[in-house]
Design a protein around this ligand. Structure first.
Ligand code: KG4
Ligand code: ZN
Length: 335
């Protein structure tokens, strides 16, 4: 029975897992950042402090257990915002000390990748080795997973992450932060081929989104100068076209990585993996390319959540990989 605590960015999450099954998964979402157009670290840290104790209580209560029944406390050590990570780390350390339970330090990105092992309806654990495209607000990575504790990065973004590309484009279109989900929603009604934007020319398996961002910015500026209502009039088509461009860049490299590695098990994880355009593209690819197995998680395990910290904790627990009380949060935690 493992308690997972996630506080790497702007949401406070706590989950209880029994083996690979989720007994509770509670998230307190911080809406305060919407009006600032991005996460304000000091406000995020303060909100984590206000909420963490209540969220732990709620998660334990919903799981129908007592704190004493827990076997270990797992928490996100990094990477993320230092002021946010510190809150979860300190709380986990205090709780482990008070309860005399082992402490498990989890790498946030590895937890996204291991979220596929959560036992839940409609989800299937991938076979090893699998190729995981992890797309979040801070990272975009292609990872070969040999074993839950052995993962190799074979490609990454050299500038913005895919989530950042969605959020920055959304901001230009007038949506609040984080704008990725808005683009997804409006794209449903739009034509993905209405507008085309610059494509990156990066060799190998690395990604780049900064050229696309600049291309969207200049395109919009030119159009709005000519017609101030351009964005309003074409909002659905703009969202669909932006989504098409970002997901094409992602799929292009994923296909390349698949052909280089020959791996047939393909997983998607991270907040952007909720995106319907991306999910459809990947499903379509698997339909055309026989022999590929695609693994998608339920949306609540794609975006930041504590259940993924719990499942990572489960694997570390089995391996006897525990942290000591001297452990500290690390915004740039190495792989
Ligand atoms: O993994 P995540 O929850 O947090 C990080 O670790 O960064 O990812 C958050 C990112 C944000 O950029 C958000 O806009 C994006 O995931 N996102 C989406 C969608 N849902 C969340 N992007 C596109 N379409 C979505 N439906
Ligand atoms: Zn994340």
């Amino acid at each position: 029975m493992i308690l997972g605590i996630e506080s790497s960015c702007d949401d406070t999450g706590v989950a209880v897992l029994q083996g690979r099954r989720v007994l509770s998964n509670v998230t307190s979402v911080q809406f305060i950042h919407e009006k600032y157009g991005g996460v304000v670290p000091e406000l995020a840290g303060r909100a984590h402090m206000e909420h963490i104790s209540g969220v732990v209580q709620a998660a334990v209560q919903q799981a129908g257990i007592t704190l004493e029944e827990l076997d270990a406390i797992a928490f996100t050590q990094g990477p993320g915002l230092q002021v946010s990570l510190v809150v979860g780390t300190s709380f986990a350390k205090g709780l482990a000390l008070a309860l005399q339970k082992p402490l498990i330090a989890v790498h946030h990105m590895k937890a996204h990748i291991l979220s596929h092992f959560i036992e839940d309806e409609g989800m299937q654990a991938p076979e090893f080795p699998y190729l995981c495209l992890t797309v979040s607000g801070g990272h975009t990575q292609l990872v070969v997973v040999h074993h839950p504790l052995s993962m190799e990065i074979i490609g990454k973004s050299i500038d913005d992450a895919a989530g950042e590309a969605f959020d920055k484009a959304a901001k230009m279109l007038g949506f609040p932060y984080p704008g990725g989900p808005y683009i997804d929603r409006y794209a449903m009604e739009g034509n993905p081929h209405a507008f085309t934007f610059a494509k990156p020319r990066i060799e190998g398996l690395d990604f780049s989104f900064s050229g696309l961002k600049t291309s969207i910015l200049y395109f919009l500026k030119k159009q709005v100068d000519e017609n101030p209502t351009f964005i309003d009039v074409h909002l659905n088509d703009l969202c669909a076209s932006v989504q098409e461009s970002i997901t094409e860049i992602l799929l292009d490299k994923l296909k390349k990585a698949q052909s280089i590695t020959g791996i047939k098990h393909i997983a998607l994880s991270g907040g952007v993996s909720v995106n319907r355009g991306l999910r459809n593209k990947i499903r379509q690819w698997a339909e055309n390319e026989k022999g590929l197995n695609i693994y998608l998680t339920q949306p609540q395990y794609c975006t930041d959540n504590a259940a993924m910290i719990g499942i990572a904790g489960y694997f570390y627990f089995l391996a006897g990989d525990f942290a000591h009380q001297g452990v500290s949060a690390d915004a740039r935690l190495p792989w």
